[in-house]
Design a protein around this ligand. Structure first.
Ligand code: NAP
Ligand code: F7E
Length: 339
């Protein structure tokens, strides 16, 4: 039986990847961090089911000794590094911490692989934030221009992954993934903030959605489709870095409009720039407003991924569009409120 080791198993992608790998017949080892509460809500249903082929271990990618010990003990065939302080906005408040986890953490895993067994395959969770949104559309050849401590730390990880591949002939790949969402998305990312606000309003709660920059554009896909691309990348004969995206991008403003539309609410926009707000056309109630605290010191204005290479090499075909994704997230948030 093949063994996979996932760093960052308790996150959104960790949930979907564990599920996929168990279904594919792997024994999945997940690394969780110690925290003051015992439950890990996202992955409970998988890892606390004794009939499933999986196990959890305490660890932290910034702790090189525990990282080495885990890899020595488990002897996995494949390692997926999903561990990160993954919030771009928060990386401006925690730049050193973000660099340690998102940069040096990757090095710690690569060094451990090099010392334990160079045949272990390695997936690095790279990101469209590397591009910084300076070109109209981005692919594997687009120059990088990260604009946040998060993006810069991930750029280090991108290059160190490539460096170990070339220097030690290790099977290491960067999946340059564009934004991907699901009902398990963290609550402070924009899609989830929107789905929660829509759900609250459907459930008659007196909610106003407070957001920052309405103008930036993102290329959003579904996490379930994207973790499959991660696995496929590790099954290739030769390691290669790939962009994973839908190829379609919309603004935050449009995301908000289409999400409210899903539940039959039409937004009318009033005001300008920082004074812009959205009202419900029917009730005339203010339901969206700008809060300056959600603006970042620097912004990635436009992300749109050219996924032709991943279509060709791993037959990547995203099944869900942003409309499907927001519908699923809103439905789930309504369920959570009702329960
Ligand atoms: P997420 O929900 O924030 O999950 C991050 C995971 O990393 C969590 O399990 C977290 O553990 C863990 N972690 C944080 N610091 C750690 C440390 N020092 N040692 C070990 N584990 C640590 O992120 P995601 O959306 O699933 O994304 C997965 C990966 O893909 C991340 O690396 C992210 O940067 C990258 N990425 C995400 C997207 C996207 O749109 N989702 C796009 C491109 C790249 P806790 O639960 O204990 O916090
Ligand atoms: O922001 C704008 C914000 O935080 C998207 C991570 O998974 O994808 C994610 O990073 C956009 C930005 O995601 C709010 O300024 C406006 O332009 O949902 P987000 P992100 O920054 O694109 C990449 C690929 C990753 O790798 C990351 O790990 O929305 N925005 N108002 C807001 N964003 C947030 N969070 N909250 C707001 O109120």
């Amino acid at each position: 039986m093949k063994k996979a080791l996932i760093f960052g198993v308790t996150g959104q992608d960790g949930y979907y990847l564990s599920k996929l790998l168990i279904k594919k017949g792997y024994f999945v080892h997940g690394v969780r961090r110690r925290n003051s509460i015992v439950e890990n809500l996202r992955i409970d249903e998988i890892f606390f089911d004794k009939t499933k082929n999986c196990d959890l271990h305490y660890g932290d990618v910034t702790d090189s000794i525990s990282t080495l010990n885990l890899i020595k003990k488990i002897k996995p065939n494949e390692i997926y590094n999903l561990a990160a302080q993954s919030h771009v906005g928060i990386s401006f408040d925690l730049p050193e911490y973000t660099s340690n986890v998102d940069g040096i953490g990757t090095l710690n895993i690569l060094e451990a692989i090099k010392n334990v067994n160079k045949k272990i395959k390695f997936y690095q969770a790279s990101t469209s934030e590397l591009f910084g949104g300076v070109s109209k559309i981005q692919n594997e050849k687009t120059p990088f221009y990260p604009k946040s401590p998060y993006g810069v730390a991930k750029l280090y990880s991108y290059w160190i992954t490539k460096c170990y591949r070339e220097s030690y002939k290790m099977f290491c790949v960067n999946g340059i993934l564009f934004n991907h969402e699901s009902k398990f998305r963290g609550e402070n990312f924009i899609t989830r903030k929107v789905s929660k606000a829509v759900a609250n309003i459907v459930c008659n709660k007196n909610t106003v959605l407070e957001v920052g920059n309405l103008k930036s554009k993102r290329d959003w896909g579904h996490a379930e489709d994207y973790v499959e691309a991660m696995w496929k990348m590790l099954q290739l004969k030769n390691p290669v870095d790939l962009v994973v995206s839908t190829g379609k991008s919309i603004s935050i403003k449009r995301l908000i409009e289409l999400s409210f539309n899903i539940v039959g609410i039409k937004i009318i926009w009033k005001g300008k720039n920082e004074n812009e707000y959205g009202i419900d056309k029917k009730t005339k109630r203010k339901i969206v407003k700008i809060n300056k605290k959600f603006f970042r010191p620097n912004e990635v204005d436009n992300l749109k991924g050219d996924n032709r290479l991943s279509k060709k090499i791993i037959n990547f075909r995203p099944k869900k569009n942003i409309q499907d994704i927001m519908s699923e997230m809103i439905e789930n948030d309504i369920k959570l409120i009702k329960n």
